[in-house]
Design a protein around this ligand. Structure first.
Ligand SMILES: Nc1ncnc2c1ncn2[C@@H]1O[C@H](COP(=O)(O)OP(=O)(O)OP(=O)(O)O)[C@@H](O)[C@H]1O
Ligand SMILES: [Mg+2]
Length: 285
């Protein structure tokens, strides 16, 4: 089972859009996919028809499966189907924040035998690993215990980046802080081995000089850690988002053909590349 963590603490870098389209793409390709919304803002859930305030009951998020008290439940009871045939989801809502509040207390109490925070998502996922080929985790735009736990459960990391100066600087800061924290977690026994990790350029505008420069800079910095294809900025993606849909759900005649086709081509090339990485990790490349 490949567990892909989609992370970056820069808000609006395209995490949710990337996670949703990747999960749906893989589902369309015949993989058994579980999407996990780890963001209390729950945009990924909303995109899949679960309004966080109305449609997600108490203990209905991943928190239910990783909490420290007796109210903990099996992940399999929390997983829901989506109307996107074959794609399951663990929705999110504000209760996920509890994990950020409860973890420091749990660390202070240190009940022996109970896994530390970074092992809890992995433990929950292990209970459903024969049901899914790929798990896609949409992380919140912050480097808290939820994100760290996702990083420890992940077998692969995808970092969406909008190629602008401030975003890239923010991402570099994210990387430095993350590696510091992960070093601490690794010392405590956290698993930090990834099959692959990649940076993905999002909302790219080919005509934009500064963006092109930024992409060049990133390529020189990260080399083949970059997804070769880039996700183009497209009104087809943002307009679909307004009606809580992905590009895979809207119909082609809602847009000018060129707009739709360009967005779909970009999306398919990006997702195809990630699919190859998954296959390679399974030794099938
Ligand atoms: N390729 C794209 N073309 C056009 N708009 C896009 C594209 N990708 C993302 N967007 C838009 O950019 C905004 C931010 O994207 P998204 O919600 O995916 O970012 P995020 O990293 O998940 O944000 P947050 O940090 O708040 O969770 C959304 O309004 C989305 O519709
Ligand atoms: Mg998001």
């Amino acid at each position: 089972m490949q567990v892909i963590g989609v992370v970056n603490f820069k808000g609006g870098s395209g995490k949710t859009t990337t996670a949703a389209h990747l999960a749906q793409h893989l589902t369309l390709q015949g993989y058994r996919v579980l999407a996990i919304d780890l963001d209390p803002q729950a945009s990924l859930s909303a995109l899949h028809g679960y309004q966080p305030e109305f449609d997600v009951e108490e203990n209905g998020t991943l928190y239910g499966a990783i909490r420290y008290d007796d109210a903990r439940r099996e992940l399999s009871e929390i997983i829901r189907q989506t109307y996107f045939l074959g794609l399951d989801i663990v929705p999110g809502n504000i209760e996920l924040m509890e994990f950020e509040h409860e973890t420091p207390k749990a660390l202070a109490m240190r009940q022996s035998g109970d896994p530390l925070f970074f092992a809890r998502v992995a433990r929950a996922l292990a209970t459903v690993q024969d049901r899914y080929d790929v798990v896609v985790i949409d992380c919140p735009p912050q480097l808290g215990f939820l994100t760290l736990s996702a990083l420890c459960a992940a077998t692969a990391i995808l970092i969406p980046v909008h190629p602008q100066m401030l975003d890239v600087m923010s991402m570099c800061q994210f990387l430095i802080m993350t590696s510091d924290l992960l070093a601490v977690v690794a010392k405590a026994g956290g698993n930090m081995n990834y099959d692959w990790m990649r940076y993905l350029v999002t909302r790219y505008e080919p005509g934009d000089g500064p963006q092109a420069q930024m992409v060049g800079f990133m390529r020189s910095l990260f080399g083949d850690r970059m997804v070769t294809n880039m996700m183009l900025k497209s009104t087809a993606i943002s307009d679909a988002g307004i009606t809580k849909q992905t590009l895979y759900e809207v119909s082609r005649d809602q847009f000018t053909r060129a707009t739709y086709d360009r967005a779909m081509e970009s999306l398919d090339s990006v997702n195809g590349e990630i699919q190859s990485l998954i296959q390679a990790a399974w030794g099938r490349a």
